[in-house]
Write a protein that binds this ligand. Structure first.
Ligand SMILES: Nc1ncnc2c1ncn2[C@@H]1O[C@H](COP(=O)(O)OP(=O)(O)O)[C@@H](O)[C@H]1O
Ligand SMILES: C[C@@](O)(CCOP(=O)(O)O)CC(=O)O
Ligand SMILES: [Mg+2]
Length: 401
């Protein structure tokens, strides 16, 4: 029995969501909330008929199992066609995967999981073929809330599968972490990112690629048309995240913005252009601050103003929501600026926390937000991306410990 694991972080988008799908720049950063995937690869069984692929999703509390023979029969594939090159999922293959999912009873209330399950079956069978194994997934991230759970799912899944395939290797431990998590080299990260993007396409329809990129590479990045720039920041910005707990689906919101863009192409092109300028300004402020060329309070004032402008433009795109407006009004009472993060339509909101804000006031803000049944997270911004645990990781009851 061969065990390996991977973990990948969620993200916040400081500026540029949605517009980034249409070619504008955006700025995003990894956060210290992770999705973990472990894989226990079973030896090729003597009893062929008994061989299964199992998936245990801890967060929705659902487990799935497919006989390997059935996978081979429906997907018309056995061996993986080569993990070293990421391939898109063809419409025929997606239709075959949908047939495999129909054979499972997914509760109606959790039907939104189908997209994640399709991405899983595509990534597993493309990278490892129809080999028997057990994959377990657990996450700190709320699902469908704008913190990039879909990308963290695809990155950690691609990471663990490519590690098991022997294509990705760990390069060394992380100091101060006793869990056996190791970093991955740049070329291997590039490959994981390309596979994860193919998974995100199944979940999002038309992703920009920013979420999988920041989850893979970590840190704070500027992203434009697939090009990634690492932003060096000596004083990471402090953000409070509020989850409105209003569920929504990124694929539908992205499609809604595209439809508005096709109805009002000139007006929306100007909106996307304005967002591009905001993201460019946000990224240069972050970098100037890293070189100490700007006082911290001036940096925070500028960022706050740009966040406020970006929120206004997201309203123009039609992706705000009454719950988001409640967070904006609540934090404004404390002179704090907020904007939605991710696809909007509910989900999470970012509030910039100035360095000078006392803990007492911050606790009051949180208490007032939580009185609306929202949930607040204090997160570290700009940390590591994908990490893997290759052999030597302890495996207990489906969890890597
Ligand atoms: N831990 C997980 N277990 C199972 N599916 C997941 C997990 N994390 C994400 N997903 C998949 O990703 C979808 C949410 O993606 P999305 O709508 O893009 O929201 P976000 O990426 O902001 O969380 C879920 O509906 C599910 O299909
Ligand atoms: C709206 C978008 O810019 C970000 C979506 O992020 P999330 O899935 O809501 O975490 C879409 C994308 O860039 O692919
Ligand atoms: Mg997503």
């Amino acid at each position: 029995m061969e065990v390996c694991a991977a973990r990948a972080p969620g993200k916040i988008i400081l500026a540029g969501e949605h517009a980034v799908v249409h070619g504008s720049a955006a700025v995003a950063a990894a956060i210290d909330l992770y999705t973990r995937c472990s894989l226990c690869l079973m030896p090729l069984a003597d009893d062929e008929a008994a061989a299964t692929l199992e998936l245990d999703l801890k967060d929705p509390g659902l487990a799935f199992s497919w006989p390997c023979g059935r996978l081979r029969e429906v997907l018309l594939t056995d061996e993986a066609a080569g993990a070293r090159e990421a391939r898109p999922c063809s419409p025929d293959r997606l239709a075959s995967i949908a047939r495999l999912l129909e054979e499972h009873e997914i509760p109606e209330a959790k039907i939104w999981l189908s997209a994640g399950l399709s991405a899983f079956l595509f990534l597993y069978t493309s990278i490892l073929g129809c080999r028997p194994g057990k994959v377990t997934v657990s996450s700190d991230l709320p699902m469908g809330s704008g913190l990039g759970s879909s990308a963290a799912f695809c990155v950690s899944m691609s990471g663990v599968l490519l590690t098991a395939a022997g294509v990705v290797t760990a390069v060394g431990g992380i100091s101060g972490e006793g869990m056996g998590w190791e970093l991955v080299g740049k070329d291997d990260l590039e490959l994981v990112n390309r596979w994860a993007f193919q998974g995100e396409k199944i979940i999002h329809g038309k992703p920009s690629g920013i979420d999988n990129a920041v989850s893979t590479f970590g840190s704070m990045i500027k992203f434009k048309k697939g090009e990634l720039t690492n932003l060096k920041s000596s004083n990471p910005v402090k953000m409070l995240i509020t989850d409105t707990r209003v569920g929504r689906n990124t694929k539908a919101l992205v499609a809604g913005v595209s439809e508005r863009a096709s109805r009002h192409s000139d007006a929306m092109a100007s909106v996307f252009n304005a967002v591009n300028s905001i993201s460019e300004e946000v990224s240069s402020i972050v970098e100037l601050a890293a070189n100490d060329e700007i006082a911290i309070t001036s940096k925070e004032e500028k960022l706050a103003e740009l966040m406020e402008m970006n929120q206004g433009l997201l309203q123009c795109m039609g992706v705000s929501h009454s719950s988001i407006e409640t967070v904006l009004r609540t934090t404004l009472k404390f002179n704090l600026v907020s904007k939605l993060t991710g696809a909007g339509g509910g989900g999470c909101v970012l509030t910039l926390i100035p360095t000078m804000l006392s803990n007492l006031v911050l606790e009051k803000v949180i208490a007032e937000l939580e009185s609306h049944s929202f949930r607040c997270f204090k997160v570290e911004v700009g940390g590591q991306g994908l990490q893997v645990c290759q052999g030597g990781c302890s495996y207990f009851n489906g969890d890597v410990v």
